[in-house]
Design a protein. Structure first.
Ligand code: MN
Length: 130
């Protein structure tokens, strides 16, 4: 499949090992992967790379994932892209908080190599407005 036809996922993640894993899993499943290691960089790449989905680590150096989401949503060009929180929290309260903050959904760490591509496809189909 040519790169132009691939669905593109922007991964905002500061941990190099997690980033490497997510990239490998998604590329193996046919996605085009764009990486940002800070929220600030994520805002720029959300604008410049026209991703079909953004996976957002919540704990980042500089601005955190929630603030990064807020800035992405405030940009006209990337208002409707689904943004999915990647969270280490398993608590229902934290899941609710992710939705309350405006995330389209969430996936839990540790990342499931088997489930992630399916989750990403489902979130792209659902779109950015939950
Ligand atoms: Mn982090």
């Amino acid at each position: 499949m040519s790169d132009a036809l691939k669905q593109r996922v922007l991964v905002v993640e500061d941990n190099p090992r997690n980033l490497k894993l997510v990239r490998a899993v998604l590329e193996h499943s046919g996605f085009d992967v764009v990486e940002a290691t800070t929220g600030e960089e994520g805002v720029v790449l959300a604008r410049q790379s026209s991703p079909d989905l953004i996976l957002m680590d919540l704990q980042l150096p500089g601005i955190d994932g929630t603030e990064t989401l807020r800035r992405i949503r405030s940009e006209e060009t990337s208002t409707h892209v689904p943004v999915v929180a990647v969270t280490a929290f398993a608590m229902e309260d934290d899941r609710d908080q992710a939705y309350a903050s405006g995330f389209s959904g969430y996936v839990q760490k540790p990342i499931s190599v088997r489930d992630l591509p399916v989750q990403v496809r489902d979130f792209i189909q659902l779109g950015g407005t939950a």
